[in-house]
Ligand binder design. Structure first.
Ligand SMILES: Nc1ncnc2c1ncn2[C@@H]1O[C@H](COP(=O)(O)OP(=O)(O)OP(=O)(O)O)[C@@H](O)[C@H]1O
Length: 545
């Protein structure tokens, strides 16, 4: 007990002068101050570094006050959508009566169809399709391997989020899916959990060494692939489940070597995967799960042909497609990949996450730099760590230098002209808190789980409202409140109409210049033609990443 107390990060709250100064000074404030864990040492449940302390509230190993705060905010009943969801439908949180330990994965007991429909409606889950499996209320009710359930618990996943409640059972029933759900709502685990369960099931049934992959996850950016693969490794730990990351910028030979040695899941960008498949004979015959993360982006021109090429090399896989922004065009295109897919929608997809306060400011282009310096030197307005989105690579470099000079803050830039090692290192420095600002192009706009970020600044508006939704979404994870500061001026007039609609719906203030602009008031609401034009524009921008 004595020892536990001395290790407790809660001692940080001790006040100077109470005799605890010695322990206080040794407690690590920030995650990056902590060393890596050696073999056999406890690891921080948040970042994996040396788990020097024990969190009093949860008994988990943690490395620093910073990770303790994240751990507690993750577990906080007020901020967990799954727990909130359970409360909304009057389910006792963690009540075992809602957990069915049945391999065949039956219905929630004593719930008839009407009750299931009402449950879905309360959880904001909409489903379209034939024989849609019922949602689950806990991870252990879907016949997942015990080790996987333990890994989920260790990662702080006490209950599934609404999207996971509906996607996991549907996926385990081998159904193809098109899923749209809010940013930060847990889509990644909703496809990784069934993939890991499937792979470890197959491998333990037919245990032969060095087999080809069983699942492929495609994502549009290297950073997102890195993150998805990392999460797959955490959730699949201790199971017969190995992964390979196939992204540009890393040596191809190493990626081939890893695949040759036998893996279950490939996570990659379409271009590099095609490259690898052309140069090397990878047996894709056993791939029976194909996931498109950020499906709307992957089905845009530029990626679409590559995605279809990979798909055609597979033999009738289960296809699962995910994004926070799925429009009717994407729905139509998804038909060519999966005919009878179930459509699942959770929360308010295609709208900025409700937990992010949108603060739109009218700033003329020449004044933008001055404005961002003002924000970043204001204790009241600047809430680091912060992500700044700009529209060009050169702009990212110039602005990051300018912010450093003007404010003295540590800033990095990330964009498509940097080498993979530079991008990895900059992201690491940002995520560990070594630097407090990252200036980037759209490369970090989609899918990135920037856990500690609560503030994003859209220095340049992106080229489409869908990208706006994704970029704003970086300011919040799992319902934690965040803020997006958005600079607009006449140059963004193409988006005025949709932006004003979005701000009105969110009840956010609309700058006078924006409200009064002829582009806001004079043009009728855009139809299909206008959206197509925007999609193309986005693509020109997308290729610039
Ligand atoms: N059941 C759960 N319990 C607790 N935390 C969870 C759970 N599921 C996911 N998370 C955490 O929630 C955060 C957001 O999840 P994720 O990145 O998958 O969101 P997303 O829906 O893919 O968002 P985006 O559209 O922005 O990519 C992550 O930090 C993840 O670890």
């Amino acid at each position: 007990m004595e020892q536990e107390e001395n290790h407790s990060a809660d001692h940080l709250s001790a006040q100077p002068g109470n005799g605890n100064e010695l322990e206080e000074s040794s407690v690590k404030e920030r995650c990056f101050e902590q060393r890596e864990a050696l073999v056999g040492e406890p690891r921080c449940v948040i970042c994996g570094r040396y788990g020097e302390y024990i969190c009093d509230q949860t008994d988990d190993d943690i490395c620093s006050v910073e990770c303790k705060t994240i751990l507690l905010s993750k577990l906080s009943a007020e901020t967990r959508p799954a727990v909130k969801a359970a409360k909304r439908v009057n389910l006792p949180v963690g009540d075992e009566s809602f957990c069915i330990r049945d391999e065949n994965f039956p219905k929630i007991p004593s719930m008839h169809d009407g009750q299931i429909a009402s449950l879905r409606s309360k959880l904001d889950i909409c489903v379209k399709g034939e024989d849609v499996p019922d949602p689950i209320m806990c991870f252990s009710s879907s016949g997942l391997p015990e080790k996987l359930v333990l890994n989920l618990e260790a990662a702080g996943y006490v209950m599934p989020t609404p999207v996971q409640m509906q996607v996991i059972p549907s996926s385990i029933c081998n159904r193809s899916l098109l899923v749209s759900a809010d940013t930060g709502s847990g889509k990644t685990a909703s496809f990784l959990v069934p993939i890991i369960a499937h792979c470890s099931h197959v491998r333990s049934e037919r245990c032969t060494d060095k087999q080809g992959p069983l699942a492929i996850v495609l994502a549009p950016t290297r950073e997102l692939c890195l993150q998805v693969e990392e999460q797959a490794k955490v959730l699949g730990k201790g199971l017969p489940f190995k992964t390979a990351l196939v992204v540009g910028g890393d040596p191809l030979a190493q990626q081939i070597y890893r695949i040759e040695n036998g893996i279950e899941l490939i996570v990659g960008t379409p271009g590099r995967l095609i490259d690898l498949l052309m140069k090397h004979n990878v047996d894709l015959n056993k791939v029976d799960v194909f996931v498109l993360d950020e499906v709307d982006c992957l089905l845009e021109r530029g990626f679409r042909d590559q995605v279809m090429q990979i798909f055609q090399a597979l033999s009738h896989p289960q296809v699962m497609m995910f994004s926070a922004t799925v429009n009717s065009e994407v729905e139509k295109m998804s038909n060519s990949l999966a005919k009878n897919a179930i459509h699942i929608s959770c929360g308010n997809p295609s709208r900025p996450n409700k937990s992010v306060k949108q603060v739109v400011i009218w700033v003329e282009s020449k004044q933008k730099k001055q404005k961002i310096f003002e924000i970043m030197t204001s204790k009241q307005h600047f809430k680091p760590p912060a992500v700044v989105f700009v529209s060009s690579r050169i702009g990212a470099d110039l602005l990051s230098e300018a912010i450093t000079v003007a404010t003295g803050l540590k800033v990095v830039s990330i964009h498509g002209d940097k080498t993979m090692n530079e991008r990895r290192e900059s992201l690491r420095r940002f995520l560990t808190g070594e630097v407090s600002v990252v200036v980037c192009t759209g490369v970090l706009g989609r899918g990135m789980d920037l856990l500690k970020v609560r503030q994003v600044i859209l220095f340049d508006m992106p080229n489409s409202i869908d990208e706006y939704v994704h970029q704003v979404g970086r300011a919040s994870r799992m319902g934690v409140e965040g803020m997006a500061i958005v600079f607009v001026n006449e140059e963004d007039r193409n988006l005025f109409r949709e932006l004003v609609q979005i701000l009105k719906t969110a009840g956010a203030p609309i700058p006078r210049e924006l409200a009064n602009s002829k582009y806001t008031t004079g043009i009728p609401l855009g139809g299909g033609k206008k959206r197509k034009l925007k999609s193309r524009k986005f693509w020109n921008h997308g290729l610039e990443w």
